[in-house]
Design a protein around this ligand. Structure first.
Ligand SMILES: [Zn+2]
Length: 93
């Protein structure tokens, strides 16, 4: 079975802590999710588990960068790091 690549788009994830781009995820075209979806993943720049913001296009990425520079995500990044660290300890990983 062949998957038509044209039916897929890449969505980028940006770290709320350092603002850098992390991995891109393939989503089926027309895949709809609320704007500003957060996903917890490991950031290779921060070397931490932290929430990331899903950006579907250049506009989303641009808006994220503006908000990030204004410090909009500082508190949220801290909270997500603390939360995910605690979770990791509790799971004994
Ligand atoms: Zn980071």
């Amino acid at each position: 079975m062949t998957r038509n690549i044209k039916n897929y788009r890449t969505h980028d994830f940006y770290c709320l802590n350092c603002g850098k781009r992390n991995i891109s995820v393939m989503r089926p075209r027309g895949f709809l999710r609320e704007r500003g979806h957060r996903k917890a993943m490991y950031c290779p720049h921060c070397k931490l588990d932290v929430n990331h913001l899903e950006c579907r296009n250049d506009e989303d990425a641009f808006n994220f960068k503006m908000d990030f520079e204004e410090g909009k995500y500082i508190q949220e990044a801290k909270e997500s790091i603390n939360f995910l660290m605690k979770e990791r300890v509790e799971n004994n990983e």
